[in-house]
Ligand binder design. Structure first.
Ligand code: PMM
Length: 283
């Protein structure tokens, strides 16, 4: 089973707090773009109960353009180095093998690749060499036109099959089974209906035999669900209670990790879910 070196062996869903070192991310763009602010926010998230802090330097919001490799490195490496030096378990949110390699050298303990190795063919080999856990997310293309690929006859079956293919490929490139974590990629080439189907389909995705990471935090489908009487979606920063509900339900479904922007309430929720499960196991 996948484990992150240095993390508690307590049996519960992990909480990954998000630090986007970007000027334009959907949910927190610009807030932590400054290096010092990003480091302080990462430390704050750990105080609030984050097991991992996910540091990303490239926005993946629908329509976003790519940043250069140099810019991405300059954004994330100093933040990862500083947080790692403070003992924080850092994951790097990147699609680039070179950024992943530099991040692990700077202390990152997990590589979170939203493209599941599709954006950079070097990625699986680099991750294999590092030996750290590897989040393989379901992805169909870069953000600038990904929503045009949100076409499925049966989203759960297709995402499951496409993830299984990615797993075969990364294993063939030398990644160990114990390194792999799968993620359905909510919002990435998926509309609201697809996202709900994938959450409901977690048991089918879990049948692939790998831990699951769920990233629903502040995503548009939550805002749409909570739209007011005028039909206007709820702004993303007013979707944290809905995110918390997803955390509780995902943890209950056996998620390995949830990726969230507001950490404190989710850190409590995963403990509630674990106590509930333990009590069930005792009776
Ligand atoms: N979502 C975003 C960024 N990185 N990583 C994983 N593994 N899963 C996700 O769902 C995911 C991710 C986009 O969210 P943000 O830009 O609002 O942080």
């Amino acid at each position: 089973m996948t484990s992150v070196p240095g993390l508690s062996a307590e049996k519960r869903c992990l909480v990954m707090g998000v630090v986007n070192v970007t000027p334009d991310s959907f949910s927190d763009g610009g807030l932590w773009f400054d290096e010092r602010a990003a480091i302080e926010h990462g430390l704050e998230l750990v105080e609030q109960g984050a097991d991992l802090v996910d540091v990303g330097g490239e926005s993946t919001r629908p329509g976003a353009a790519r940043v250069s490799r140099e810019e991405e490195l300059a954004r994330v490496v100093p933040v990862i180095r500083a947080l790692s030096a403070e003992g924080v378990a850092v994951s790097v949110d990147t699609m680039r093998a070179e950024v992943a390699r530099a991040a692990v050298e700077a202390g990152a303990r997990l590589v979170n690749d939203v493209s599941g190795g599709l954006a950079d063919p070097e990625m699986p080999r680099v991750v294999a060499a590092t030996g750290v856990p590897y989040v393989v997310m379901h992805w169909r293309g870069h953000s600038h036109d990904m929503q045009s690929r949100a076409v499925y006859a049966d989203v759960v079956t297709e995402v499951r099959e496409e993830l299984a293919k990615r797993v075969d490929l990364v294993l063939a490139e030398g990644v160990a089974e114990e390194q792999i974590v799968l993620d359905p990629g909510l919002g990435f080439a998926k509309n609201a209906e697809h996202n709900w189907a994938l959450l409901a389909g977690m048991p089918q995705l879990a049948e692939l035999g790998y831990p699951l990471l769920i990233g629903a935090s502040r995503k548009r489908f939550l805002g749409r669900l909570l739209a007011g009487a005028d039909g206007a979606p709820r702004p993303f920063d007013q979707c944290d209670d809905a995110t918390l509900a997803v955390t509780a339900l995902a943890a209950r479904e056996g998620a390995w990790c949830v990726r969230v922007h507001q950490v404190g309430p989710s850190a409590d929720a995963v403990r509630v879910a674990a106590a509930w499960k333990r009590a069930g196991a005792d009776t």
